[in-house]
Each structure stands twice: as C-alpha cells, then as structure tokens.
Design a protein around this ligand. Structure first.
Ligand code: IVH
Length: 796
C-alpha cells in the first residue's frame, strides 16, 4: 500500500502541510497563501475519507475533529515531570545566590572559572509532555502530580504549533523522544477571544494561565480547537536512541531543528552577575512580551554538571526559577462604590483590601460596567477576587474565586438611582452603560465636567486639580464652568478654610496666624490665563458628546466662530469632513439644550472669548450644496441619487415654505413613493422648521465666506500631509505645542509608530517609539529639524 501512488500523494500532502504549519505557526513566515493551504488540506481530507487506510496518526486532518471523551485516561510518566525550585528574592541577589550555591555544591574553588548557565523565560501556562515515537506524536499528557498525568492528546493535536511529526533527517530522529514544555495563551489572543465570547454573551476567560489550563483539560476537543493556544518547548522527558547534545542549550537547538517552537528569549551566560543582568533585561521586556511570564529560569548548561548535581526530592539541584513581582494577586472586595462620570456614566469600582501587585499597593480596581461584572460570574462584597496590574495599566478585577465566597456575601447590583444626586438611572437601548439622568444638576457630573473643561488639552487651567474642583462644587462656589471666571481671592481662601474645618485640620500656618495666599493667587492667574483659548480648545472643553479634539478642530477650522457652530443645524454639520450624522446630532442636541445655552452664554458674558475666530473655510461653499444637505436630512427613501434629483428642482427654502408641488417633484424624475415619503416627512412636526433653519443658516454661512479673490493662497509647508509621531522631551517645545503646530500646518500626529509614519520627532529619553522607528526605517528628526520643516515650503 505504502508504495501505491495514492499513498505517495497522501504522504506528500502531509509533509507539505506540516511544512506550511511550521512556517506559519512557529517561524511566523508563511510560505503559501491560505487558499493554497486549504486546497491541499481538502485534497488530503478527501483522500483519507475515500481511503481510510491511508490515514495516519501524524495527519494534519487529525488536528480537528475527534469525539468528546467521557474522561481522560491516566498516563504514567516514564520519567517524572519535576518541579523547579523558586527563588522568591526578586532582586539581583536571587541570581547571585543560585550561582553561589551551584559553585558550593560542585565544590569549585573561588578562583575556578565561571559556570555556564542556560537562561530562559518562565512561562505562565500549563506544563505538558509530548511523546514522539519514531518522530510521530503519539501522546500528549499533563503533568498531574508529576508521576501520573492525564492523556490530553486529542486537545494538544489542535495546537498548530505542535508538530505531529518531527522534521529533519529520518536517520537523526530518535526512536523515542519526550518533549516537555508549556502550553500558554498570548494576551492579545485572550483579549480577542474574550471580546468575541462577550459578543456571543458567553463567559470570558479569566487570565492566560487559566485559559491555557482550562482549555487543555476540556473533554471536548472542539473546545480546545476553538481556543488560540501556543506552545514552547523547554526540556526533555524520556529519551531513547538519541546521542544527546552536551548542553541544555544544545538540546533546545535540537528541539527547534525538529520543528518544535522554542522561545527566542534565551541565552547562555557565565556566572551570577550575567544571570542578574538577564533577570533585569527581561524585567524591562516583560510588559511588552505578547505572553505572561512570572520569572526567568536558570539551568546549569553542561549536562555532565547537571548529572553531578542531581536531584533533591522532586526538584533538580541544577535549576532555579527566579521570580518577578506578581502582576496578579488575590484580595477581598470590601465594598463596591459607584463613580459618576462627566456624561453621567455609572462605573462600579471595587474597594479592595490593600494588596501589593504589579509593583504598587492596589486599593481599588475598576469593574467597567454591569455587563462585565455579570460576565465574570457576578460579584459580591466579601468575595475573594483576582486582581491584575501590569505596566501602567489601571488595576482590574479579573475574576472571582467562587469557592471562597463567604456565606454572608452581599451580591452586587447596579443602583436604580444615582448615588450622588438621587436622580433615576437609565440604560440606553443596546448600551452596556447605565447613566445618571440628573445631568448638570448632579454634583458628580458637574465636578467631572469642570475637570474636563480645565484639562490640559482643553482650557489648560493650571493648578485646578481634582481636589479643588470637588471642594469648589461641594461648597457651591462654582456651579457651572463660567463661575470659575468670577472667583475672587476671598472665595478661594474661604473655601480652603471650610475644607480644613470639615477635614478637622488646622494648618501650621493658621496656628501661626498667617494665611497662605500664594496658591490662590496662582490659581486665579491660571484661570485668568485661560480666557482666550483657541476655538477648538473651547469647543473640546465644553464636553459635547462625541466631540473629541479632532472633531472640535474640524468645527473650528470650517465654521470659524462659536456663534456659527452653536447655531448650525445638524444637517449642516453633517456635511463637514469626518462628521457623521450621529456626531452632528450630538452637537446640535447639545446646543439646543437650555442649560447648555445658558452655560455658553455665561462663559461668553464672563469674558471668555476664542482668540482665533475667523471667517468660515471658503471650501464650505462646495459642501453646502443641497444635494449633500438633503442627503444629510435623514428623509426616508431619499438616497443620494434622489437627493440629487430633488436638488435639481427645489432648494430647501422652497421645500420648507411649501411652494413645491408633487408635479414639480415628479418632473425631476422622482418616483411616486419617494415623493410620498418626502411630503410625509415634511408634514412631521418640526421638519419644515428644520429645513427653513438649514436654508437660513446656509445663507448666513455663504454670506460670511470671504470673497475668494481676496484669499491668500494657502501656503503648504514640508509638513503638510505628513504623519508625525512625537516622543521624548523636546528641548523647547511642549509636546502639545509641537502637535498643534504640526496640525496647523496640515500635518497629522499619531500616537504610535507604524509603516505609515513619515517622521518620528524624538526628544530626550525617547523610548520604545524611537526603537520602533529605527526598526521600521522611519525617519527620525529632532525639534530643530521639525521647526525648519514648518518654515519651509514643500517645494524646497
Ligand atoms: S524546567 C527540571 N523551564 O514551571 C525542571 N519549567 O515547577 C522542570 N515552567 O509548571 C521545569 N517555564 O511548566 C522549566 N523555561 C522553563 C519553564 C518551566 C515555565 C514551569 C513548568 C512547571 C513549573 C516548574
């Protein structure tokens, strides 16, 4: 049979597909397009279905399918799966101690040469053992108690990184080779998987480690197949008929040559200091690795020395795991508070028993929203939870340890009323967020709105931090943002006195009979200095829903004045670039609301005036045509094509005052049903008014346009149209200022470096963005070069 042409074809297909899998999943260098892979895969599957005798254990078709098991069969490991000693001293001495111990146990003299170690990462997943007989994967097992594990072959076959047949010369493949390693899940894969699971309304996976362990221990291989798992080999189990390499590093090289994935972050190092250096280097890399590690592992590299050192109970003497501070920890939820944001969004926040995690003491963690809490299996006050804090990311509750729930645990539910102002809460259709309906009468929303207003990228009021704003609102010195501009020195001093009284503190200075006023004067100066913001900053500062920095800039650039922005009806805004109907409606709604009108009027009356108001953008003339405007009205059945026909016979003013009859519309070629829908729409309350408003504001805008001939031609610079990334501290410019200058010159500024980046502007202590730029070959410039580019025409 083996010699038949069909058997030959099947063997060839298996080998090719295995080669493609290895290239794609292990080397990350795909060889063929997906379609070609799929074609060959289907051919093999069809062949095996037609001729079941051709099917083999190492066929890639075995990676999918398989029936659910009733239970896992126990597997006795020929060679026990050992554990590893841990060095919990997370400082450099952890490495030095290990080296000193090894030298002692080997009885090396003080002046004997340094010992070589293989240093690698300690992956945070599930330990497994893969058994290859004559190069074919015949069994995969978990560690279990180290002596007996579980047969999880079906599930492990679904991991594309695990070769079903070892690669290399048949003569070099040992009759028996057991490979030990770690199954893990990448963090980005976990996030993607969880997002999809959440969208399906399914429970999410807690963390990468649980995800790996939980997936491999599923009886149904279809579940394991649906989880994005990866594998790293780090050692050997039972081996027969193989002339072992002389070193651990040599073994890993050999495993890689057999087609097994071996992590690239490994090194052979001499002596304890070098190990400490590795520990430190990997610590810096930790947050940017795509998977979780909880330490590094050092192994005596020379196998002969390993044998001399031997074992102590279930641990080898020649290896140690040198840990890092944990990024996850268990703690108890003492309370669940609700925070109310600027837009009224209610966010549950867990108050935690203080716990040291990710290098800091964490006392609270966001729970995001009610749906998230639900997906984590519900949460009670009193629950023990897993908290994670990695890098600069805000602490997060990953999940609940169900078996530790106390009998008196109090289940958490989102409140029906705002905990700050008592207004009822609402949940918009299809939204996960629950909001306070109190609007600006809610103290929390007011506080947050004022903080937003004062923010660095908005009005940039120096010295106006959270504590001050809270106090100013609490004692009613500031009700709305305009009140900031009425504050007097005495107000601030009185507020401070009341705050101190309330806190029960008597400042030293007060005891000494002196009252410090400097801080208050500085704050007043900060407020004063913000009276003439750019129009874009002012618009952003108002906190209009969906209006971020770039939308605010578009509004400012195109309309040129606060008056024109606030008066523009939604359809008029919707014809501006990058402003869709949702955003346009949000802006118009904002300025239609009485309290917002009052707030803006009060601001202007208090002397706040944008410094850069100007005539509308001349290009507006093209945008304000009735074809576009009609299309933005949201009239049923009025597609862009129909809008064009309509605009041919009637403008908005004519439609609004009813001088256009059905016959005229029909003459434009509009079908009856579109005419009916249009006339119907015109009858709806408010629609004629809206149309008349659009017509009027349109005329005003057109009248405000500068005469085209008077316009100086817009001067392009070398910056125009280019994308910049700013990193590090620039010598003279603040980063915000540099950004503003680039944007003003028609360039773009992005937060991250990619192939689309034209220039990276690097200042002092530029970090990973600079590295990325160098890696991608993106041009790196300094502040001086940027300034020069800003002053240079694009043709120079
Ligand atoms: S070697 C002879 N190397 O850590 C020592 N283990 O207690 C056997 N682990 O759950 C283990 N990364 O799965 C070794 N690079 C690495 C490792 C590693 C993670 C896990 C292993 C086991 C635990 C050891």
């Amino acid at each position: 049979m083996a010699d038949s042409p069909l058997a030959g074809r099947a063997a060839w297909l298996r080998a090719e597909l295995a080669r493609y899998d290895h290239a794609y999943y292990v080397l990350d260098e795909p060889l063929v397009p997906d379609a070609e892979y799929d074609r060959l895969f289907r051919e093999l599957a069809d062949l095996e279905t037609a001729h079941p005798e051709l099917s083999t254990a190492d066929s890639p078709t075995r990676r999918v399918g398989g029936r659910p098991l009733a239970q896992f069969a126990p597997v006795r490991h020929d060679l026990p799966m050992l554990s590893i000693q841990t060095e919990t001293d997370t400082g450099p001495s952890g490495a030095l101690n290990f080296d000193a111990r090894i030298r002692r146990e080997l009885e090396l003299a003080a002046d004997a040469a340094a010992v070589d170690y293989a240093a690698e990462l300690k992956f945070d997943g599930l330990a497994i053992s893969l058994r290859y007989e004559h190069g074919v994967l015949v069994r995969g097992a978990t560690r279990g108690d180290g002596t007996t594990g579980e047969d999880v072959t079906q599930n492990l076959r679904t991991l594309r990184q695990i070769p079903l047949r070892l690669t290399g010369d048949a003569a070099d493949i040992p009759p028996l080779l057991e490979v030990r390693g770690e199954v893990y899940m990448r963090r980005d894969d976990l996030e993607k998987y969880n997002a999809a699971a959440a969208a399906r309304g399914e429970k999410t996976l807690v963390n990468p480690r649980n995800a790996a362990a939980g997936s491999i221990r599923q009886l149904d291989p279809a579940i394991a197949a649906s989880r994005p798992l990866c594998f790293f080999a780090y050692g050997l189990g039972a081996v027969d008929g193989w002339d072992l390499p002389k070193t651990h590093a040599g073994i890993l090289d050999a495993l890689a040559a057999f087609g097994l994935p071996v992590c690239e972050h490994r090194a052979v190092l001499s002596g304890g200091e070098a190990l400490a250096g590795f520990h430190r280097r990997i610590a810096e890399l930790r947050d940017s690795l795509p998977f979780d590690i909880d330490g590094v592992v050092y192994k005596v590299n020379d196998l002969a020395l390993q044998r001399r050192l031997g074992f102590r109970s279930r641990e080898p003497r020649w290896a140690v795991a040198h840990k890092y501070p944990p990024q996850e920890a268990l703690t108890v939820v003492e309370a669940i508070d609700i925070q109310v944001g600027r837009t009224g969004a209610l966010t549950p926040v867990a108050r935690l028993q203080p716990v040291f995690v990710g290098g800091v003491t964490v006392t609270n963690a966001t729970l995001h929203n009610a749906d998230e809490v639900e997906r984590k299996g519900g949460l009670c006050v009193g629950d023990t939870v897993i908290v994670r804090r990695a890098g600069d990311v805000i602490p997060e509750v990953l999940g609940v340890v169900a078996e530790r729930r106390p009998a008196d645990a109090v289940p958490f539910a989102m409140p029906d009323a705002c905990p700050v102002c008592g207004a009822h809460t609402v949940r918009e259709e299809g939204e996960a967020i629950i909001r306070c309906s109190g609007g600006f009468s809610c103290r929390a929303q007011r506080t947050q709105a004022i903080l937003h207003f004062a923010g660095r990228r908005m009005m940039d009021i120096e010295g106006l931090g959270e504590r001050f704003v809270e106090r100013l609102v609490e004692f009613d010195y500031v009700h709305g943002v305009a009140d900031l501009y009425k504050l007097q020195l005495d107000d601030l001093l009185a507020m401070k006195r009341r705050a101190d009284e309330k806190d029960g503190v008597t400042p030293e200075t007060a005891k000494a009979g002196k009252i410090p006023t400097r801080w208050a004067e500085n704050l007043l100066a900060g407020i004063e200095a913000s009276r003439q913001p750019s129009l874009a900053r002012l618009l952003f500062a108002l906190g209009i829903r969906h209006v971020g920095e770039s939308t605010a800039r578009t509004l400012a650039d195109w309309l040129g004045s606060i008056e024109r922005v606030r008066r523009a009806p939604a359809p008029l805004l919707a014809v501006l670039p990058d402003i869709g109907t949702t955003v346009a409606a949000a802006i118009a709604d904002f300025f239609a609301e009485e309290r917002n009108v009052a707030a803006v009027d009060a601001l202007l009356a208090a002397g706040v005036q944008p410094a850069d108001e100007h005539a509308p953008n001349p290009a507006l003339a093209e945008r304000l045509n009735w074809v576009e405007l009609y299309a933005a009205l949201g009239v049923p059945k009025l597609t862009p094509v129909r809008a064009r026909q309509l605009a041919g016979v009637a403008d908005g003013a004519a439609l609004a005052n009813g001088t256009v009859d059905a016959a005229t519309l029909s003459s434009a070629g509009l079908p009856g049903e579109v005419i009916d829908a249009l006339l119907d729409w015109l009858q709806r309350p408010g629609m004629r008014g809206l149309l008349a408003g659009v017509a009027m504001r349109r005329n005003e805008l057109l009248a405000a346009l500068p005469a085209a001939v008077d316009l100086p031609p817009t001067q392009d610079s070398a910056v125009t149209g280019k994308t910049f990334v700013l990193t590090g501290t620039l010598p003279t410019l603040k980063r915000d200022d540099a950004r503003d200058m680039i944007l003003a010159a028609g360039g773009k500024v992005s937060g991250s470096v990619s192939k689309k980046t034209d220039f990276v502007v690097a200042g002092e202590e530029a970090g990973s963005k600079l590295d990325k730029a160098v890696e991608l070959g993106v041009a790196v410039i300094d502040e001086a070069m940027l300034l020069e580019m800003l002053n240079t025409g694009s043709n120079t």
